[in-house]
Design a protein around this ligand. Structure first.
Ligand SMILES: *Cc1c(COP(=O)(O)O)cnc(C)c1O
Length: 385
């Protein structure tokens, strides 16, 4: 039996190594607190769960769903984009239902990338941007991301031989893991660049709803020329505590939406209709659950930032996302510091190097841990470092 060559080039999955160490400590009876994974700890809001219960009882929901997502779901997505960002979308041609945005992001490569092509990915980012390229036997060019430039991926110095075969540029702001925000000028510059070089700009907006201190994240589709080259991914996972439900959508440029739809027609049969119905409720009901969630994360953010400062680590309080991104102390690497936190404080954080080349020298702390455990983790960090 011989697996495909591209599988041999896949990087080991980021969290696998950490899980191994955690399990070893747990076997010794040690209480380990994980601030590693970005999976909301709060339940899905009750009105969404109730909508699912009602939807389950409808026999028409038990059959194959529409490939692109039900028109009702796509219409709710379009209406939500209009209410939230003022962006007008045709639900029939500019919105596509997804079984989680991870699936959509991974399959976008199948729709656009040939073997030997290049994908432009941020050098600190969600691993699927480059993983999807590897699965297509394509190459990834990592756009530098530096703290001094506000972690805005730099596409100014891409070599000509890469640029001539570049098919997709991935960006995602508010950014996982750095918490960085994009400016309107940056989005416009990226859009102009992608139009000039005939590149699809894929914007991953997984964290648009998790904002603090009065900040409200934009959609890239608000920008004037975005429709010419952009597809945007929005996920209900983080916004409505629905990671396990696997529901998201892609929207924007109709040609890109159709191409992704063609790939998906051949691979899956759409998300369960009852889940789409529950998602309609999430998108159309009053959005108070979002402001409550943001207040919770903002309080946790302040706790963690305070704890890090107490042990002498300077860090910036992010205005969005569920992560604190902070530089490791002098003389440490991402790995060595994460290992020290695990072994001394029994607290798991993610080494920044796992997100790409420019992540070295940083760690990511996730705020998706119940308050009492987060306080305990913070206490341990303060006392044991
Ligand atoms: C969580 C996350 C996703 C995946 O969301 P799903 O819709 O649950 O697949 C995509 N992009 C980023 C940056 C994320 O952090």
């Amino acid at each position: 039996m011989k697996t495909a060559d591209c599988l041999n080039h896949m990087a080991p999955y980021l969290f696998a190594q950490i899980d191994k160490k955690r399990n070893a400590l747990k076997e010794q009876g040690i209480d380990v607190i994980s601030l590693g994974i970005g999976d909301p700890d709060m339940p899905t809001p009750a009105h969404i769960v109730d909508a699912m219960k009602t939807a389950l009882d409808k026999p028409e929901n038990h059959q194959y769903p529409d490939y692109s997502g039900s028109l009702a779901y796509r219409s709710a997505c379009a209406q939500w984009m209009k209410n939230r960002f003022g962006v007008d979308l045709d639900p029939k041609t500019e919105v596509l239902g997804l079984i989680g945005s991870k699936e959509g992001i991974a399959h976008l490569h199948t729709a656009f990338v040939n073997p030997g092509d290049w994908v432009l990915a941020p050098s600190i980012g969600y691993p699927v941007y480059s993983g999807g390229a590897t699965l297509q036997s394509a190459e990834t060019y990592f756009m530098p991301m530096r703290a001094e430039q506000g972690f805005l991926a730099d596409f100014d110095n891409i070599p000509e031989e890469v640029l001539s075969r570049a098919k997709i540029m991935f960006l995602g702001y508010p950014n996982n893991p750095t918490g960085a925000l994009a400016t309107e000028e940056y989005f416009d510059k990226a859009i102009d660049f992608c139009i000039e070089h005939d590149i699809l700009l894929a914007h991953d907006n997984a964290y648009s709803e998790i904002c603090f201190d009065g900040y409200l994240a934009p959609s890239i589709l608000e920008r004037p020329r975005a429709r010419e080259c952009c597809i945007e991914f929005f996920s209900l996972s983080k916004a409505y505590n629905m990671t396990g439900w696997r529901i998201a959508f892609a929207c924007g440029n109709a040609e890109a939406v159709a191409a992704l739809g063609t790939v998906k027609n051949n691979l899956d049969s759409g998300q369960f209709n009852a889940i789409q119905d529950a998602a309609i409720t999430a998108l159309t009901a009053p959005q108070t659950c979002i402001s409550e969630m943001c207040a919770l994360y903002q309080r946790r953010r302040d706790l963690v930032v305070d704890a890090l400062r107490a042990i002498g680590m300077e860090c910036i309080a992010p205005k969005a996302t569920i992560y604190i991104w902070t530089r490791v102390p002098e003389g440490e690497t991402s790995e060595s510091f994460a290992t020290r936190l695990l072994e001394k404080a029994h607290v798991i954080v993610t080494p920044g190097s796992g997100y790409g080349p420019d992540g070295e020298g940083f760690i990511r702390i996730s705020l998706t841990t119940p308050d009492d455990r987060l306080l305990e983790a913070v206490r341990r960090i303060k006392e044991n470092m």
